[in-house]
Write a protein that binds this ligand. Structure first.
Ligand SMILES: Cc1ncc(COP(=O)(O)O)c(C=O)c1O
Length: 368
């Protein structure tokens, strides 16, 4: 018997998440310097300065276990969101909230319905617990096909996940569409709305999913401190749901899943209105700039409510950009070989991307 025979078949056959290489490693391999990373939807301004200061002050306390109940953070966030403290569940990133949902709700034979392409962790988490993914293709315009998602629900469906705005496409759907969708969902299916990019949304009719929780207890909203607050490296996210659902997720949670520094950082970041405002400003300007400039290069983009933009650049562009030290996210894993996802950077980073891309596209034009 080999070691592989001992492994659960659904784990053995899992295709692991493909993280981007660390910039230092890439630079060493490619013999380049001063590369820029526009690949992971991180905050180009860096972390909230208030969070950094708070972590510095807290560093001498890390011999203590974290507050497993996240008391201070729970109190602040519940007040901010207008929900009870026991409606919040904290995790080691939003990723862990997805895993807690899966651990609590799904097993072999169960189905989880979600749109595709979407967040790359969904299939991993679903398969990780032995359940089956039912991936419902986005429309030709890369929007969620909510009717098709409803039609994909069977007796075996336990969870439906919608990523709004969607990663990697950037587009969102509005309240009227969402209300029809939610009203048509069977009660015995848990609805997870992944709002990792919520704070970047600009459309005025974005769905207020929190208000649905009281009417539909099997609903969870996922949010994160990784994006707007610039704390991706600290790993802290949270779910907002009905208190009873939260109590089950709490049973599945490790007591110290959120580390002490992450709690302190998140608490401080919530008060850093200036950092949030600057982030939104830089992002909105970057979206505008990239939309216009990519359009000028003949590269089609899609409207985005996030801190990244989907671009139809043609195939091989990811590799050519990489050679010059400009790192974007290829969409090949989704079968979208001619597309890349570009995270919005600082103005000089966005300009470097456009300049490099225009040289690449021009030389291709000259070759053909
Ligand atoms: C759509 C979506 N959901 C959830 C997450 C998880 O974020 P984190 O685990 O960093 O909180 C991400 C991160 O990129 C994301 O893009």
């Amino acid at each position: 018997m080999s070691l592989a025979d001992l492994i659960k078949p659904h784990i053995r056959s899992l295709a692991p998440y493909q993280p981007g290489k660390p910039m230092e490693e890439l630079e060493r391999e490619m013999g380049i310097r001063s590369s820029i990373k526009l690949a992971s939807n991180e905050n180009p301004l860096g972390p909230s300065p208030l969070a950094v200061e708070a972590m510095r002050n807290a560093a001498s306390e890390i011999h203590r276990y974290p507050d497993g109940a996240s008391f201070a953070l729970r109190a602040k966030l519940s007040k901010r969101l207008g929900v009870a403290g026991n409606q919040l569940v904290f995790g080691c990133g939003g990723d862990e909230i997805l895993e807690l949902i899966a651990k609590t709700l799904i097993g072999p034979g169960d189905e989880v319905v979600y749109g595709w392409p979407s967040f790359a962790m969904y299939p991993i988490v679903v398969q990780g617990f032995g359940a089956n993914s039912v991936q419902v293709p986005l429309t030709d315009g890369f929007e969620h096909d909510l009717d098709a998602m409803l039609a994909a629900i069977t007796d075996r469906t336990r969870v439906v996940m919608v990523c709004n705005p969607n990663n990697p496409t950037g587009m969102s759907f509005g309240a009227s569409e969402f209300e029809l969708f939610a009203a048509a969902l069977p009660d015995d299916v848990v609805l997870v709305v992944d709002e990792a990019y919520f704070e970047f949304v600009r459309r005025p009719d974005f769905p207020d999913v929190l208000s649905l929780i009281a009417k539909r207890p099997g609903t969870l909203v996922l949010r994160t401190f990784s994006k707007i607050y610039g704390l991706a490296g600290m790993r802290i996210g949270y779910g907002i749901c009905d208190a009873e659902l939260a109590s089950y997720l709490e049973r599945a949670r490790h007591p110290f899943n959120v580390n002490r520094m992450a709690e302190v950082a998140a608490l401080a970041a919530l008060d850093d209105a200036e950092h949030v405002a600057r982030t939104l400003e830089v992002n909105a300007a970057g979206v505008e700039y990239l939309t216009v400039e990519l359009g000028r290069l003949g590269v089609k983009t899609w409207p985005t409510d996030t801190n990244y933009i989907l671009a139809h650049t043609g195939s091989g562009i990811f590799e050519e950009l990489l050679e010059t030290g400009v790192i974007v996210r290829p969409m090949t894993g989704f079968g979208l070989t001619e597309y890349v996802r570009i995270s919005i950077g600082l103005p000089e980073e966005n300009e470097r991307l456009i300049k490099t891309l225009s040289i690449i596209l021009e030389s291709r034009g000259a070759d053909s």
